[in-house]
Design a protein around this ligand. Structure first.
Ligand code: ZN
Length: 315
């Protein structure tokens, strides 16, 4: 198979995402984190990531969204309540901590000394890692009582975790999502979806990235999950902005727009202004994936990127 190289881009090869990964490591854009899907970021990568996040914030100007800035964790209780463990148990991560006494500590140290697996000496804590940036918001919105008639919007950026180790640099285990979440009427949720479908494509045009919009195909777990995946596709509840990044033949979802209908409203008890269960919708930009797409298409050196792209990121 031939390596595809855009005039000023970085190399990738169909079916071999490690070709793009190795180029990123060679050029020092990313640094090896010790296991698949874990990387440290260079100054160049980080400035691009922050530019992408700023671009999305600019798109939100005038929306009146409330900003929330979470730590990289949420409660294990909330993760259970969110439904994520039912649909994607294979991706979730909880934080394990040592909670034992002196005797347990001696067992732990003996295992460390013997270079044995010591992690069975830990217990699951009350903290879990965030699977999607909007998850920590729902309990807060629900606790405030009925929403105003026009609904409410939250802007939130979070470090997220998904346990899917892969040689594809677009499939990191830890990455940032920047989201705009709407809570309110069914019409309001649909309008939020439509607004952001347009904005996501506008963002890709501003960044001079080839793109397409298609219904999502999420890896719901098990037999019941197959049905959920099918209805998600048929109802077009989740649309993705696809960009070729590590593999020209299998483009990567770099942003998604997601209508939950009243699913989140029911799970969390979010009430609309008329007393019915609130509808919600969210858009998420994958900060790492969009940054990687920029390096893939414009090259390893952001200084050399087209002026219009640089302006979109950093002005
Ligand atoms: Zn979301």
């Amino acid at each position: 198979m031939s390596t595809v190289l855009q005039p000023r881009g970085m190399p990738s090869e169909a079916g071999r995402p490690e070709v793009f990964r190795d180029a990123l490591l060679r050029e020092g854009v990313l640094l090896e984190g010790g296991t698949e899907g874990l990387y440290l970021r260079s100054a160049a990568f980080e400035s691009v990531a922050r530019g992408v996040e700023a671009l999305m914030r600019n798109q939100m100007t005038g929306d009146g969204a409330e900003e929330m800035h979470p730590p990289p964790g949420m409660t294990t209780r909330a993760l259970g309540r969110s439904g994520y463990m039912r649909s994607f148990p294979q991706l979730a991560g909880t934080v394990g901590c040592f909670c034992g006494d002196d005797a347990a500590h001696r067992r732990l140290v003996a295992k460390l000394d013997g270079e044995e697996d010591w992690t069975d000496q830990q217990a699951t804590s009350e903290v879990s890692l965030i699977p999607a940036a909007c998850y920590p918001t729902y309990a807060i919105i629900a606790a405030r009582g009925p929403l105003p008639p026009e609904g409410h919007r939250v802007a939130i950026a979070a470090w997220c975790f998904r346990h899917e180790p892969s040689p594809d640099p677009c499939r990191m285990q830890m990455f940032r999502q920047c989201e705009s979440v709407f809570y309110g009427s069914a019409d309001g949720a649909r309008a939020h979806r439509d607004l952001w479908l347009g904005r996501a494509q506008e963002m890709a045009r501003m960044l001079d990235l080839p793109h397409a919009v298609e219904p999502a195909n999420d890896p719901f777990f098990g037999r019941a999950g197959k049905l959920m995946a099918r209805s998600q596709r048929e109802l077009e509840l989740k649309m993705e902005l696809l960009i070729p990044v590590s593999d020209e033949t299998r483009p990567t979802a770099c942003a998604s727009v997601n209508m939950h209908l009243d699913g989140m409203g029911q799970k969390w008890g979010i009430v609309a202004s008329d007393g019915t269960v609130a509808h919600t919708a969210c858009v998420g930009y994958g900060i790492e994936r969009l940054s990687l797409a920029l390096f893939r298409h414009h090259g390893a050196e952001p200084r050399d990127w087209p002026a219009a792209v640089r302006t979109a990121l950093w002005s």
